[in-house]
Write a protein that binds this ligand. Structure first.
Ligand code: SF4
Ligand code: SF4
Length: 183
């Protein structure tokens, strides 16, 4: 069984938001709502400042509180560990929204909890998620983290990286690559 994830190179991302637009178009995301977004973090103290630009979305956590707390089984792990929502089982109770440390979910106007699906409909056809396919700097890599020979596994192994809020204990599957190589 695969464990799908993303490696996103923060040294290449320019914050152009093409990924955000591609997601909205591909997934018909309602106006005013987003499944992915750009986060800009400034590190250090003046004049020694660095800026990290990150394309963020659901982390498809391996230990996902949104799945654990869902009272109806609507939130679930699909193939490859992709976290999805059965729209017809979702009552819109918002427990999952409250449980997600990444603020990755919202209620779709049609009444169900909504978020990034890793474009599972594309992945099943052997394609990359839409956000990755349009990135002009090729800063995102999608693949199987459990396959040691996959490009994503090699990147995570060879490059310095971090996840977001690892202290939340959710085991996120999106890795942000930062400058330098692992020793
Ligand atoms: Fe659930 Fe949030 Fe983790 Fe996505 S990022 S799997 S919505 S806890
Ligand atoms: Fe489950 Fe839907 Fe409630 Fe979220 S809003 S916890 S998916 S029933």
């Amino acid at each position: 069984m695969a464990r799908y994830g993303m490696a996103i190179d923060t040294t290449k991302c320019v914050g152009c938001m093409d990924c955000v637009v591609a997601c909205k178009t591909e997934n018909n995301v309602p106006e005013g709502l987003n499944r992915d977004w750009i986060q800009t973090i400034v590190n250090g103290e003046f004049p020694n400042l660095t800026m990290e630009i990150r394309s963020e979305r659901c982390n498809h956590c391996t230990n996902a509180p949104c799945v654990n707390c869902c009272p109806t089984g609507a939130s679930h792990y699909d193939g490859g560990g992709i976290v999805l929502v059965h729209h017809d089982l979702c009552t819109g109770c918002k427990a999952c929204i409250a449980s997600c440390p990444y603020d990755a979910r919202f209620i779709n106007p049609e009444g169900y909890a909504d978020k990034c699906t890793f474009c599972v409909h594309r992945v099943e056809e052997g394609k990359d998620p839409a956000c990755i396919s349009v990135c002009p700097t090729y800063c995102m890599t999608f693949g199987d983290l459990d396959d040691p020979n996959s490009e994503i596994s090699k990147l995570v192994k060879s490059r310095n990286n971090h996840t977001v809020l690892p202290e939340a204990g959710t085991s996120p599957n999106i890795y942000y690559l930062i400058g330098g190589n692992n020793a």
